[in-house]
Design a protein. Structure first.
Ligand SMILES: [Zn+2]
Length: 305
């Protein structure tokens, strides 16, 4: 077959290839990754990672991962609380340059996930932990807790804990849907105008951006944590347009987190943090810095590294 017969019909394809080439060049020229400090506002150091004697991720392992990732502060909440207490008390944690902000986990075991909101012994446990404190100072928050049915936000212990959090200025870390945010915020005396609540995943079920926007406007103490958030990032691991607009609208109201709820998340800790650095790099530098560090540090009183 003659060459001319091959190439003439292919001309439109070649044009398309040229166009694709220039699109590829264009998207390759994206902003540099964010390179400043990270505040991991949603971290678990559960007993299957390390139970104090054995496990695949002893303190030296997790601290090395944080250090390699440029993580300079963490919200530690672990099942049971022993994991947070261990990280808070080790000299190696300070040597790694990691500030530990301990939260009281509501779970002593997996069974507590489904009944904590009506279990008085959980309320007693929280008060005991708060009175005891940690080697890194007093507990600064309560959670993470889950509500698989938002109506359980009205459980008697859930109500008492929200009132306690507001009274003692503790930050709440809640894995709940958008309906439960309204219910939880209604419990303290100020109707959610004072309570500070980190919304784990900013609605893992994918509450619409407009709904997240409305909740942010209604509750000044609501902060969105962005792990596992559906629809957050699009092509090239950059923010999708609607989420970019929301983060720019509320630059002081979002934080990032690893959510190391299973050991697999520890195995990929460095790449999780690198992935955040990629999309943070696509934001204006001051906004990236806020979401990466300043918002968590300001909320929880951690000094600049
Ligand atoms: Zn979690």
């Amino acid at each position: 077959m003659e060459n001319s017969k091959i190439f003439r019909p292919l001309a439109p394809v070649q044009k398309a290839l040229v166009a694709i080439f220039f699109i590829a060049i264009g998207s390759a020229v994206h902003a540099a990754d964010y390179s400043g400090p990270l505040f991991d506002a949603h971290l678990h150091y559960n007993e299957e990672a390390w139970d104090g004697k054995t496990g695949p991720h002893p303190p030296a392992d997790v601290l090395a991962r944080m250090k390699a990732s440029g993580v300079r502060a963490i919200v530690a909440n672990s099942r049971p609380n022993t994991g947070s207490l261990t990280l808070a008390g080790l000299p190696q944690t300070r040597e790694a340059g990691v500030a530990v902000v301990p939260f009281v986990r509501l779970y002593r075991n997996r069974a507590d996930y489904t009944g904590w909101f009506a279990d008085e012994s959980i309320y007693t446990m929280v008060q005991t932990e708060l009175a005891r404190g940690t080697a890194a100072g007093p507990y600064r928050g309560i959670g993470e807790f889950h509500l698989y049915d938002s109506a359980n936000a009205n459980g008697p212990v859930a109500k008492k804990l929200m009132a306690l959090a507001e009274e003692r200025d503790l930050v709440v870390l809640a894995h709940v849907d958008d309906a439960a945010i309204d219910l939880l915020m209604a419990h303290p005396p100020t109707q959610g105008q004072k309570l500070r609540l980190i919304w784990a995943h900013t609605g893992i079920g994918g509450a619409p951006v407009e709904r997240v926007d409305a909740l942010m406007a209604r509750y000044p103490g609501l902060v969105g944590e962005l792990s596992y958030r559906p629809g957050l990032v699009c092509d090239d691991n950059q923010l999708c347009p609607a989420w970019r607009a929301l983060l720019l609208k509320y630059p002081t109201r979002f934080v990032i987190g690893s959510d190391t709820w299973v050991n697999q998340r520890w195995q990929h800790y460095e790449s999780l943090m690198q992935s955040y650095r990629q999309w943070l790099g696509g934001l204006p530098a001051d906004v990236a810095r806020k979401i990466a560090w300043d918002n968590g540090a300001g909320l929880l009183g951690v000094a600049r590294p």
